[in-house]
Ligand binder design. Structure first.
Ligand code: IMP
Ligand code: MG
Length: 195
């Protein structure tokens, strides 16, 4: 059993296997070893900047939970804490369309150094709304780390302070990122394949 499993894993790495979800084909894009290496170097940068401080990592569910778990451990900051928020979306009555509300923010952020942990910054709408919401809670500082950033897709706000990978404006999944809830458990990141 172990031998078969090992061969399959090795084969998938060598052959760069495609995956299919909801009739769409995705091809390997960022492999697990490259993700792990980038997480380590991001963590080293964050550890240097927050050394001697007691930052509060704010993981934005659901997409960021795998990245946040890896990054939080890799940062190895003695006094760091982590907490989790999510956006509740609902259709607004106004012409602006979707209205979002931050759920689960129970910590007192007054005077805290907050580090938002995001999976991906696309239009920048989520990040901007979150930063505006956090500012109401009088934190000492707010920075953001995002594993992925699509500069071409950005419509509002600015680039995160820490970025893992800048990528083109293409749909990706895996390592926490989903397609309608699926594919979060893929250890590698995949990109939608052109026909
Ligand atoms: P925003 O457009 O920057 O507000 O991004 C909103 C959310 O869309 C992100 O936090 C992700 O959950 C999701 N998202 C954006 N781009 C992708 C993608 O390429 N794959 C999967 N989810 C994405
Ligand atoms: Mg997200």
């Amino acid at each position: 059993m172990f031998g078969l499993h090992y061969l399959c894993t090795l084969e998938s790495l060598i052959l760069m296997e495609e995956v299919t979800y909801q009739g769409l084909t995705f091809e390997p894009y960022i492999k697990r070893d490259d993700i792990a290496a980038r997480v380590q170097s991001l963590a080293a940068e964050i550890k240097r900047d927050y050394e001697g401080m007691a930052p509060l990592f704010l993981c934005v569910l659901n997409g960021s939970f795998i990245f946040a778990a890896d990054l939080f451990r890799a940062c190895d900051l003695h006094d760091a804490e982590i907490t989790f928020v999510r956006f509740k979306s609902y259709e607004g009555m106004s012409s602006t369309g979707q209205v979002k509300q931050v759920m689960g923010l129970t910590e007192d952020l007054t005077g805290r150094d907050v580090l938002i942990v995001e999976d991906i910054i696309d239009s920048g709408v989520t990040a901007t709304q979150l930063r505006e919401e956090l500012d109401k809670h009088n934190p000492k500082s707010v920075k953001m780390v995002s594993l992925l950033f699509k500069p071409e897709a950005l419509k509002i706000g600015s680039a995160p302070e820490y970025v893992g990978f800048e990528i083109p404006n293409k749909f990706i999944l895996g390592y926490g990122l989903d397609l309608d809830g699926l594919a979060r458990n893929l250890p590698d990141i995949y990109v939608l394949k052109k026909d």
